[in-house]
Design a protein around this ligand. Structure first.
Ligand code: GRF
Length: 214
């Protein structure tokens, strides 16, 4: 059976969605760079092995990355899923796991990469916002897009209401993307991800269009 290592920093709701999706893969470990991440307790409650790699113990970024790589490699996972992992990973780390790291970002990339995407979306007055699961490459939030879901922005929205609406969609699309990865249904050509045999779901915008893959 394939295995997944999940990296978290905080609440862990996307991690929880991955665990509860009963994917055809083993969650080998949940690793947090912050000792007080609430997600660690959730992972333990689900019987997952948890590891804390406190980033404050590694003043040098590269040393943390090396320690993280060694910790992950002990599990030989097929996939590393970033789930609210709030730390930029160095090029060596990303290249070491090329094609094997996924991330979820709460915006319709390439719009609003980086921090505070909901604030950016409200500031710019967009009418449609959402979330994206993508492969991780060395350039932050720029890797090939696997799946996106869109939500509407309402006139009286705040960062909190938008975040909650987007989060619901995150919990739908991340397990879906991970399932596709585990089932070997994702192929990359250049910067484009093809999903074989994707089901159509009118609330989710797939990339590329699911109509092309049925
Ligand atoms: C999510 O919005 C995720 O997209 C972003 O950070 C947040 C983490 O939330 N990268 P959680 O820890 O998964 O609840």
């Amino acid at each position: 059976m394939k295995s997944i290592v999940i990296l978290i920093s905080g609440r862990g709701s996307n991690m929880q969605a991955l665990i509860e999706a009963k994917l055809p893969a083993r969650i080998a470990a949940v690793i947090s760079n912050r000792p007080n991440a609430p997600g660690l307790e959730i992972a333990k409650m689900h019987g997952c092995e948890t590891i804390v790699l406190d980033q404050r113990s590694y003043p040098e970024r590269a040393a943390f990355d090396v320690a993280l790589m060694e910790t992950i490699d002990a599990y030989s996972p097929d996939l590393i899923a970033l789930a609210g992992f709030m730390r930029i990973l160095g090029d060596d780390f990303v290249n070491h796991y090329q094609g094997k790291i996924l991330n979820i970002h709460p915006s319709l990339l390439p719009a609003f990469p980086g921090l505070n995407p909901h604030r950016q979306a409200l500031r710019d007055g967009v009418k449609i916002h959402g979330c994206t699961v993508h492969f991780v490459t060395v350039q932050m939030d720029c890797g090939p897009i696997i799946i996106q879901a869109a939500v509407q922005i309402m006139p009286d929205d705040t960062e909190e209401t938008v975040a909650a609406r987007v989060l619901q969609q995150e919990h739908r699309i991340y397990p879906e993307a991970v399932r596709w990865f585990i089932e070997g249904r994702l192929t990359l050509s250049e910067n484009h991800v093809n999903v074989s045999k994707a089901r159509f779901d009118d609330a989710v915008l797939y990339s590329p269009s699911p109509g092309l893959n049925r």
